[in-house]
Design a protein around this ligand. Structure first.
Ligand SMILES: *Cc1c(COP(=O)(O)O)cnc(C)c1O
Length: 453
């Protein structure tokens, strides 16, 4: 494939020039990470031709796998027409057809589509629309947001203000407008001391209700990752929580923003996580899986009611003054359309159900592994929390880098995964076979045994 000189040169340039995201470069330059040259199905292939099972869907995006003929072709066909034209004052065909598709699939009531190119900007758009909605409708005092501890909504400053992960967000505190925050349901380490027991008093339900009630006059919206907080380490909400939140928001006239960037497009076993609880948010942000993992694209969907509040004579200055250069990019929208067509053609959601059950079975064995404190799953989103002491739940020291050790072990064995601190994450492509799924779990279990023990 590549000569040894070419490989040496690529490695050197990667180390010399690239500042990798969410990466301590001092560790990266020392570890000889693979450089990916190609992909096939659920596998990544590096410059040596070594194959790795893609256990995190290339950061939670891959749906049908890599090099999917129908999506490749859709992009090629679109290339034969045009790669990009702007949505600022002009239309383009794939963005129109995709909006039709998204509205037909989204929870009831979501009728308008605002595009951008990543999850963070999709969230910014939702926050700004919610804020301006109340201004445009004569209630400018409703300008604060409520979010949750352990929330992750992206890395741009508005999204960081709504974020609640100490490690990522604390340092930027002075830069952002911080949201009002209530504890999330980290049942394994329950902030109310219920610790996921059967006699759980559901204190987290009461806490969010009381906070919204107390602050409703100044609250524009609540933003939540429905069903599961992903980046925090796969923290699943108790059943009924999202529905409960919808009811409180309705009762106190506060908008609900569902950040489905991670959970959207089948990841939790339904097309959108909101469907599990029959909830329609006022704003919904989707990104990651929307193009099947091919191209950057996001969409912020909203209701007729919100759209109407911006629809006015220009001089009223109710316009939504926001847009990104590549908003509604035709290539990305064409990829998304092909991705969504495939959902239907291959009966993806239907075929996913037995695989989710199989994954759950495979994970049962993990409880016996040393240092596995908790296992959390929502569909194809899994977090295995490693702790120093299973009895006391004492975490490993930060400097031990236990999660990282596990993923390096797995990589030696041909599996790519990525940890969130000491939570080992499994996020396989939705198209993975049961055989590949077993292999993934086997390798991860052995890696935990070797690296954590
Ligand atoms: C990944 C993620 C984002 C940010 O998306 P980017 O495309 O990385 O900007 C926002 N919200 C959630 C829930 C995510 O998982």
């Amino acid at each position: 494939m590549y000569t040894s000189e070419e490989i040496a040169r690529l490695k050197e340039l990667d180390r010399a020039l690239i500042w990798h995201p969410f990466t301590q470069m001092k560790e990266y330059v020392a570890e000889d990470a693979p450089i990916i040259a190609a992909g096939e199905g659920c596998y990544l292939i590096d410059i040596y031709g070594r194959r790795y099972l893609d256990g995190v869907s290339s950061l939670w995006v891959t749906v049908h796998g890599h090099r999917v003929a129908a999506i490749d072709l859709a992009i090629q066909e679109q290339l034969g027409r045009i790669a990009h034209s702007t949505l600022l004052g002009l239309g383009n065909i794939p963005s129109i057809l995709l909006a039709e598709k998204l509205v037909s699939l989204a929870p009831l009531g979501l009728k308008k589509v605002f595009y951008s190119d990543n999850g963070s900007t999709g969230v910014e758009i939702a926050l700004k629309i919610a804020f301006q909605y109340w201004r445009n409708t004569g209630q400018p005092q409703k300008k604060r947001f409520l979010s949750f501890y352990n929330a992750y909504h992206g890395d741009t400053l508005g999204a960081v203000g709504a974020g609640g992960i100490e490690l990522f967000h604390h340092i930027y505190g002075p830069l952002v407008v911080s949201s009002l925050k209530v504890p999330s349901a980290y049942c394994y380490r329950c902030p109310y001391g219920d610790a996921g027991t059967e006699d759980c008093r559901r204190d987290c339900f009461g806490a969010v209700a009381r906070t919204i009630e107390a602050h409703a006059p100044e609250l524009a919206a609540v933003i939540i990752e429905p069903l599961i907080q992903g980046a925090a380490g796969m923290l699943t909400w108790p059943p009924g929580y999202l529905r409960h939140l919808r009811e409180i928001c309705d009762a106190y006239d506060v908008l609900l923003i569902a950040d489905e960037v991670a959970t959207g497009f089948g990841r939790t076993g339904k097309l959108f996580a909101c469907e599990h609880e029959g909830v329609s948010p006022d704003l919904m942000v989707v990104a990651k899986g929307i193009t099947g993992g091919y191209l950057p694209l996001s969409a912020t969907l909203t209701t007729e009611r919100i759209y109407e509040a911006f629809y006015a004579d220009y001089a009223e200055l109710k316009t939504f003054f926001h847009g990104h250069t590549y908003t509604g990019n035709p290539l990305a929208c064409a990829a998304a359309l092909a991705n969504l067509r495939l959902f239907k053609e291959v009966k993806l959601i239907e075929k996913l159900q037995p695989k989710i059950a199989r994954l759950q079975e495979l994970l049962v064995g993990f409880w016996d592994l040393p240092h596995v404190g908790d296992i959390r799953q929502a569909g194809f989103m899994v977090g295995v929390e490693l702790v120093k002491d299973k009895e006391t739940k004492e975490p490993f020291p930060l400097a031990r880098r236990t999660g990282r050790r596990v993923i390096l072990k797995a990589r030696e064995k041909g599996v790519i995964i990525r940890p969130l601190g000491d939570v080992v994450v499994l996020m396989p492509p939705l198209a993975i076979s049961e055989e590949e799924l077993s292999h993934l779990c086997e390798v991860v279990a052995v890696s935990i045994r070797e690296a954590a023990g």
